[in-house]
Design a protein around this ligand. Sequence first.
Ligand code: PEP
Length: 251
Amino acid sequence: MARKSIIAGNWKMNLLPSEGETLVAELKERIRIKENLEVVICPQMALVPLALDWIYDSSIQLGAQNCATERAGAFTGETSPELLKVLGCRYCLVGHSERRSLFGEVDTTVGLKAQALLSMGITPVVCFGETLDQREAGTHLTTIDTQVNAVFKLVEQTGWTRLVFAYEPVWAIGTGKTATPAQANEIHRFVRGRIKELAGDIVANATSILYGGSANATNAADLLGEPEIDGLLVGGASLKAADFAQIIASF
Ligand code: PEP
């Protein structure tokens, strides 16, 4: 099964409706999406229903940044995967490092969210990655292994080939410090090897693993040139049409 290539923009908690609309309009003018590539925008939740209109008539896909572990019920302030489905989201990030560090999200929550999304036919983009302390202490592979393992424990086997992962070293997010293409490729290869052990060859070969962490118009081509990097998750640079368009053109 060929792996899907994905370039996704994580807008985080940025952009007002008029700004989001302008950004998408500019993107639509600038980009030509190649075959085998999915381009996804992930706006903050309140913009999602508007963004569905903005992307109309284009092949840009819609994603969310977070969701609940449950389908519906008494969970004030949460967003159900069921609603995301109705609003046209094909993708949803889970376990972004900002969710983990600022909102106390743990591996179990991440796995449950991934399963809830899959049950609605939405592709979870499961973010994982080590902090600077963990890398310097040499414990990064153990951290990554634990994060990836939890997902396979909590996601039903039927959903395994529909998972997407994103390696996002915490020290590279929003810092301007990118992992080198070789460093990122090495982690992706490690993770694919672990997936092979946990879930078998077919799943490992089908699983797209994106890189995220200060990816930009200048470094995108080199990152995408690595054999184990199946796409990019882009934060800051996805907020500028010219930059995001250039990243997409690097594919
Ligand atoms: C992110 O938040 O997912 C991200 C990769 O951010 P940035 O590209 O700004 O480092």
